[in-house]
Design a protein around this ligand. Sequence first.
Ligand code: PBG
Length: 330
Amino acid sequence: MTFADYPATRFRRLRRTPALRDLVQEHRLSAADLIWPVFIREGHNTEEPIASMPGVSRLTLDRLLVRATEAHEAGVQVICLFPYTDQSLRTEDCAEAWSPENLTNRAIRMLKKELPSLAVMTDIALDPYNANGHDGFVVDGVIVNDETVEALVKMALAQAEAGADILGPSDMMDGRIGAMRAALEENGHQDVTIMSYSAKYASCFYGPFRDAVGASGRLVGDKKTYQMNPGNSDEALRLVARDLAEGADMVMVKPGMPYLDICTRVKRELQVPTFAYQVSGEYAMLKGAAQNGWIDGEKSMLESLLCFKRAGCDGILTYFAVDVAKYLKG
Ligand code: PBG
């Protein structure tokens, strides 16, 4: 490419007015790009604030319905459920994970009945149900892969049965997408979509989330034998390609802001529906700085999310989803 030199080219001409700037803007954020992650809990009429995520609360199902209705009216089209499981239901066999009556499955049925046009996404991993906080079964200190995959398949089927639109396996076991896809096909759920957490890094930015789901104190060791090493990039491409070959419809990179290069590579090299998760620690950093008056809360929220679009993402999971949708609606 060749460009004319100054003064034939003056970049500031197109930045002179809002109309001109808008006209040449390459990427935009819209409410349709957003997936809203929500924490749910047992009980009635309660919204329980999460200290490390200012503005985010665990919702009982009656409050979930109220908040989801509001969000949907503001333009949010996809909600993603994360359960805070009662301590008594966190066991080594994780059986609550695939109970048709667990909190998540009851929430899915309620939302699909009351708000059928709101798409419901789930999380598939054992950590909210596991006595030791890991995403897989732990046998003699090792997170076992294949036994975990069998359990995750049962979890996926229970969620599909409850009416989930998008399954979100976040566990990083090998072979889980293929196993889930085969089970879905065999059981009449051929239209249920999978958004795989394909490139999920072993990140410290999940800290506030682990508070939110009550896993913080429980986790024994770390998740480095299944989540990715933050120093790797090529591996992310191989994982994404592998999950697509096994039957994923959409793929995700997680965390978001520190991994925009991965988002860009996935979109450029594979041209597939690509999503990023702006995780709890990213939310907490932006919110914390804004609450201290160190950055502008609204502007930093919008800029952080627009940058995901520029990096190549088709959409973003973000705790800001409702605030953004309301802002964009004006
Ligand atoms: C659990 C799961 C995690 C997140 C989503 N699903 C945490 C983890 O892997 O430890 C993190 C989300 C966030 O930090 O906002 N499998």
